[in-house]
Design a protein around this ligand. Structure first.
Ligand code: HXC
Length: 535
């Protein structure tokens, strides 16, 4: 009996031991596969990436997310293509690292293309991995961040790859306005591949190592005979200043990652959420400096960014599209800890006039803020729309209408402060009371009229001026008369188009209180499929 028990125990222990050995082997296989996946396209290609001053996909994810927060999805995915000897060339993960983690404790979904695997090119399975995290991001209401570094469609896969791109494009559109989508371009991005980033909310490009174009320099040379480098055609500074395709630029990969985190800090997780608020205790909110910012001569410029700095929380302004259409300034800031979006005419550039590019830039920003419940502050000093054939032939009518439309449809809390000029159609467009602004303030020197006193006098008093013995003196007299009547905020205040004329030094305090008062604003819009923005 004792022998039988001992034998049974021996067999049981042996079984356990075998199971352990068996599991050890299985774990070894798993570990070796995960280690292989981590190597991407191999050490040599990773070294080559570093030599170009770029981080690898995994390093980028590591620095972007909170320590130990990243959970990878699909590390063992492989492509399914067999043409051109592809069956023998398998890299675990297939050129894109996907998963989720946190940034400052907030959930995000991320994909990072791995240039060390077939140049980060997009295969059918690579696209499926991206689509998987996009679907999760939408279902769970958290931002999607794409770190792009890719040679485009996986050439060996043909139409399978193109289909993969289209699957991503479709999801970009379905996710638009539901969750924030942010694209960092950290390497090449060419061909139709540029259209996924273009449909996301923000693009950030790394200077010197990234470019975006639909057709590269060689095709350009063949078709148009133009000689242009990749950098000139679609580098970060080109898209930041000339085309406006990129909203932000970064000096290197780490700067890009830092700016991505900063951008996210102003933005809510999804369209039903509110942006994070920083703790703030109200104190003396007067800013005396603001009383002396506007020059005596109304034709002299001043820097609207000094006004922004005087109104918002210290060091909180995060400018978007800084080098593009500089006659309008847009960006995020905090007011007593609350996230706001700012749209401000810039008198330092083209006198702050509205033109094609500034209208498009501001309209896009207003629509983003409205999608994601970020209240809007407008600082207005605008002499009108820019005249000229260039503007008319480039559709200032349609493009100006974009801004008018964007403000008119926005339901977030909206406040305007007229710091100086509010002339002509631009008065209406720049978040006037008439198109749904909630609170409209003006500084005492504000001029709210159809046009400037000189232009107005030349038109309406033309006959009188022409008939005068001294036409110049007559014009000056009429100009004064017109300015006394209209170049002030009181006509508009008398009609209720301006809610209050305020001291500049009191602007911050007024805005903090007004935005708090508007915190629970709710607007019902008529039921419809969607409006028809003048695209
Ligand atoms: C497969 C690719 C690839 C691609 C690069 N590789 N692009 N593999 N499909 N699209 C591979 C290379 O063979 C190489 O493999 C490795 O990636 C690195 O490429 P290099 O050329 O050595 O690197 P570099 O000199 O830095 O040049 C990068 C590059 C260049 C500028 C991106 O590779 C390039 O021009 N690639 C082709 C770009 C392109 O035309 N793509 C299609 C665009 S059309 P090894 O094994 O040597 O490391 C498109 C349509 C999308 O994308 C439409 C969507 C609607």
């Amino acid at each position: 009996m004792a022998n039988t028990t001992a034998l049974a125990f021996f067999i049981f222990a042996q079984g356990k031991y075998n199971t352990l050995i068996f599991m050890d082997k299985k774990l070894e296989i798993l570990q070796s596969k995960l280690a292989e996946a981590k190597l991407g396209g191999g050490q040599n290609r990773m070294d080559a990436q570093h030599k170009k001053g770029k981080l690898t996909a995994r390093e980028r994810v590591h620095f972007l997310l909170d320590e130990n927060s990243f959970e990878e999805i699909g590390a063992l995915v492989t492509h399914r293509s067999t043409d051109f000897g592809m069956a023998e060339q398998q890299f675990l993960g297939d050129g894109v690292v996907t998963g989720y983690g946190t940034i400052n404790g907030r959930l995000v979904y991320v994909f990072a293309q791995d240039f060390t695997v077939f140049g980060g090119s997009l295969s059918e399975t690579h696209a499926e991995k991206i689509c998987k995290v996009m679907d999760l991001a939408v279902k769970n209401g958290a931002p999607l961040i794409g770190l792009n570094d890719s040679g485009g469609a996986r050439i060996q896969e043909g139409v399978n790859s193109l289909g993969g791109y289209a699957d991503i494009f479709y999801r970009n559109v379905q996710a638009s306005g539901v969750i924030p989508q942010i694209s960092a371009i950290m390497g090449p991005c060419a061909g139709g591949a540029v259209y996924s980033p273009a449909m996301t909310d923000f693009i950030m490009m790394v200077e010197g190592s990234s470019y975006m174009f639909v057709t590269g320099p060689n095709v350009v040379k063949t078709v148009t005979n133009e000689e242009v480098t990749s950098e000139e055609l679609g580098g970060a500074s080109t898209h930041a200043s000339k085309s406006g395709v990129t909203h932000l630029t970064a000096s290197n990969d780490m700067d890009c990652i830092f700016k991505l985190k900063k951008l996210l800090s102003y933005i809510p997780q999804n369209c039903a959420d509110k942006a994070p608020t920083l703790p703030y205790e109200l104190g003396d909110e007067y800013r005396d400096l603001l009383n002396s910012i506007i020059p005596e001569n109304a034709n002299h410029p001043y820097d609207i960014k000094a006004v922004i700095a005087g109104i918002t929380d210290a060091e909180s302004f995060f400018e978007i599209h800084e080098q593009y259409a500089e006659n309008i300034v847009v960006g995020f800031a905090r007011l007593a800890g609350r996230s706001i979006g700012i749209v401000a005419n810039q008198p330092m550039n083209l006198a702050g006039v509205l033109d094609v590019n500034s209208s498009k830039k501001a309209a896009r920003f207003v629509r983003f803020c409205d999608c994601f419940n970020i209240p809007l502050l407008v600082l207005e000093d605008v002499p009108g729309f820019l005249p000229g054939t260039d503007q008319e032939w480039n559709a200032i009518i349609t493009n100006g209408a974009k801004l008018l439309y964007a403000f008119s449809e926005a339901t977030v809390p909206r406040i305007t402060v007229i710091t100086r000029k509010a002339y002509g159609g631009a008065y209406d467009v720049m978040n006037s009371k008439h198109i749904g602004a909630d609170m409209n303030f003006a500084w005492p020197g504000a001029e709210i009229a159809v046009m400037g006193a000189k232009g107005a006098s030349e038109i309406i008093f033309k006959k009188e001026i022409d008939a005068a013995a001294d036409p110049a003196a007559k014009l000056a007299e009429k100009e004064r008369q017109y300015a006394d009547t209209f170049a002030n905020p009181y006509r508009a205040a008398a009609r209720g188009f301006i809610d209050e004329v305020i001291q500049p030094r009191d602007t911050r305090r007024k805005l903090i209180k007004a935005f708090a008062m508007l915190e629970n604003k709710a607007v019902a819009r008529p039921k419809r499929k969607h409006g028809n923005v003048p695209l």
